[in-house]
Design a protein around this ligand. Structure first.
Ligand SMILES: [Zn+2]
Ligand SMILES: [Zn+2]
Length: 61
């Protein structure tokens, strides 16, 4: 029997928290440069925290 492989969990772009797979997190490409995927955890979505793209420095809600 094979053990479940350790997944690399994404981290929230706003708070750097590890996002669990059952969370209602959202991900989308950076609206400015389109080069990285922005992750936002449930909490940051609720609190409307800002994120900063690590590639182009775009700041957004
Ligand atoms: Zn977060
Ligand atoms: Zn960007």
């Amino acid at each position: 029997m094979q053990r479940a492989s350790v997944l690399t969990l994404p981290t929230c772009t706003s708070c750097n928290r590890v996002i669990s797979p059952d969370e209602k997190a959202v991900r989308f490409p950076c609206p400015s440069c389109n080069r990285i995927t922005i992750w936002r955890c449930e909490i940051c979505r609720e609190l409307s925290r800002t994120y900063v793209c690590s590639v182009c420095g775009f700041e957004g809600p």
